[in-house]
Design a protein around this ligand. Structure first.
Ligand code: NAD
Length: 428
C-alpha cells in the first residue's frame, strides 16, 4: 500500500520512462503506455449485518490489453489507493509480456478491511463489485484473480455472480478458484517455485551450485514458504527469515546460522505468515530487528513480503557477499537502491520476472477451464518451469548481449513486446 512520500504509480512511470527513452519509443506510444487504457471507479453499497448501509469504494484499472485480455488480482485493503492499483496494473502488463503469455495487465481493489467484515458482508462486496463491472470484465476481456486479503472463496462468489448475470457457465472469467471448482493444481506453489526456478538459472549462469549457497528471506507467507521449500530441495540453506508481528506492529528477523528448520518453523506460524516470537526463541532462533534479514552474510536475498523494502536507507547494509537479489514481492526495491545494487554488480532478478509464476499458472488455469480438462500437478509445475526458464534465458541473453542490468533487460523485452502489439494493431 502507499506509504508516506512513496507513490508506486510514480515509481512505475519513472521505470517506464527510462526504458521508453532507451527504446526510442515515439511520443504517442509513450503516452499510451505510461497511463492506463481504462479505469473504473465505483461505489459498492452494502447492507451490513446490523441493518445499516455502508458504501465502499471499488476500482478496476485496465492498463493495456494489446496482447490479450487484461489479467490481475483484486485487493481488499483499508489503505488501498488508485495509484497502487494503477502501478500494479502496469506491472501486470510487463509481467505477462516478459513471460510471453497472451494476456494484458489489469488490477482491481476495494477500500475495505476484511478483518472487520463478516463473511456475508464480504460476499456482498464481491457480488456488487461484479455487478458494477459485468459489462467491462470477462473471460475474453479482463480476467480477475485473488490478491491481498482475497481468496479462492471470494473468487467463487464473483464467478457465481458473473455467471448468474450472463446466464451461462463461464469459469474462464476468473482464476484462483478452489481446486475442484475450476482451480488449477500447483497454483499455491506457483509463485514461490517460480522465484526459485529463476534463482536456479541465475546460479547456473554464475557457475555456482545451489548446494553451496545460503539465503535470507524477507516474509514467511505464501511466496516465501514455497520459495524456501524448493530452494532447500535444491540443496540451499536458508539462514534467516523475517515477518510482520501483528501484536507489536513491527517486523522481526529470525536467524539460525545452521539453517532454519522449515517444517518446525511452519508449525509456529499463523495463516498470515506471522511467526510466534516466543516459540521461535525456544527453538533456538536469534530474534533480530526489521532489517537484519538483509544484513546477513549469505549469497542470495529474497525479499518476499511487500514493496519499498530495499531503499536508500538500508541498501548499504547489504552484506558484501550477496550475489543475487531475487524479488519475490512486487516493487521491493526503490529506484535509488536499485542503482546501488547495479553499481555493486549484484545480480537482480526483477520482480515482474521472478514472481511471474503466479500469473503464468493462472493462465494455465484459464486454459484448463477453456478445455474443461485439468492437468496433474506435476504437469502444471513442469510447464511452469519451462515457461519461467525460457523467460529468464531471454532476459539473461539480452542482458549479456547489450550489457544491460537484468531489470532493464526484462523491461526492454516486455515494453518492446507490448509496444509492438500496439503498433501492429494500428493503435499508434
Ligand atoms: P502473504 O500475505 O502470504 O505473506 C506476506 C508475508 O510478509 C508474511 O509473512 C508477513 O508477515 C510478511 N510481512 C509483511 N509486512 C512485513 C514487513 N514490514 N517486514 C517483514 N515481513 C513482512 O503474501 P504473499 O502472497 O506471500 O505475497 C508476498 C509478496 O509477493 C507481495 O508483494 C505480493 O504482491 C507478491 N506476489 C504474490 C503472488 C502470489 O501468488 N501470492 C504473486 C506475485 C507477487
Amino acid at each position: 500500500m502507499e506509504k508516506q512520500g512513496f507513490n508506486p504509480f510514480a515509481m512505475a512511470q519513472a521505470q517506464f520512462d527510462n526504458i521508453a527513452d532507451e527504446l526510442g519509443l515515439d511520443a504517442a506510444t509513450k503516452d499510451l503506455l505510461r497511463n492506463p487504457m481504462r479505469e473504473y471507479h465505483f461505489n459498492i453499497p452494502i447492507r451490513m449485518d446490523d441493518g445499516t448501509v455502508k458504501v465502499f469504494r471499488g476500482f478496476r484499472v485496465q492498463h493495456n490489453d494489446a496482447r490479450g485480455p487484461g489479467k490481475g488480482g483484486i485487493r481488499f485493503h483499508p489503505q488501498e489507493t488508485i495509484d497502487t492499483v494503477r502501478a500494479l496494473s502496469m506491472w501486470m502488463t510487463w509481467k505477462c509480456a516478459v513471460v510471453d503469455i497472451p494476456l494484458g495487465g489489469s488490477k482491481g481493489g476495494v477500500v475495505c478491511d476484511p478483518h472487520h467484515l463478516s463473511m456475508r458482508e464480504q460476499e456482498q462486496i464481491c457480488r456488487v463489485w461484479v455487478r458494477q463491472l459485468a459489462k467491462n470484465v470477462g473471460p475474453i476481456s479482463d480476467v480477475p484473480a485473488p490478491d491481498v486479503m482475497t481468496s479462492a472463496q471470494h473468487m467463487l462468489w464473483m464467478l457465481d455472480e458473473f455467471e448468474a448475470i450472463h446466464g451461462s457457465k463461464l469459469p474462464g472469467f476468473i482464476t484462483g478458484k478452489p481446486v475442484g471448482m475450476g482451480g488449477s493444481l500447483g497454483r499455491t506453489e506457483a509463485t514461490g517455485y517460480g522465484v526459485i526456478f529463476t534463482v536456479r538459472e541465475a546460479l547456473k549462469s554464475l557457475g555456482i551450485r545451489p548446494e553451496d549457497t545460503t539465503a535470507s528471506v524477507q516474509g514467511f507467507g505464501n511466496v516465501a514458504q514455497y520459495a524456501i521449500r524448493l530452494y532447500e530441495q535444491l540443496g540451499g540453506k536458508v539462514k534467516c527469515v523475517s515477518c510482520w508481528d501483528q501484536e507489536d506492529q513491527a517486523s522481526y528477523s529470525f536467524k539460525k546460522d545452521d539453517g532454519i528448520e522449515f517444517d518446525k518453523l511452519l508449525e509456529i506460524t499463523d495463516r498470515f505468515g506471522g511467526i510466534d516470537k516466543g516459540k521461535a526463541k525456544e527453538l533456538g532462533y536469534e530474534i533480530l530487528g526489521a532489517d537484519a534479514w538483509l544484513e546477513q552474510d549469505v549469497d542470495i536475498l529474497i525479499p518476499a513480503a511487500l514493496e519499498n523494502q530495499i531503499n536508500a536507507g538500508n541498501v548499504d547494509k547489504i552484506h558484501r557477499n550477496v550475489k543475487i537479489v531475487a524479488e519475490g514481492a512486487n516493487g521491493p526495491t526503490t529506484p535509488d537502491a536499485d542503482k546501488v545494487l547495479e553499481e555493486r554488480k549484484i545480480f537482480v532478478i526483477p520482480d515482474f520476472l521472478a514472481n511471474a509464476g503466479g500469473v503464468t499458472c493462472s493462465y494455465f488455469e484459464q486454459v484448463q477451464c477453456n478445455m474443461n480438462y485439468f492437468w496433474e500437478k506435476d504437469e502444471v509445475l513442469g510447464k511452469l518451469d519451462l515457461k519461467m526458464t525460457s523467460a529468464f534465458n531471454s532476459v539473461m541473453e539480452l542482458s549479456l548481449k547489450r550489457k544491460l542490468f537484468m531489470r532493464d533487460a526484462a523491461y526492454h523485452i516486455a515494453i518492446g513486446r507490448v509496444a509492438q502489439a500496439c503498433h501492429d494493431r494500428g493503435w499508434v
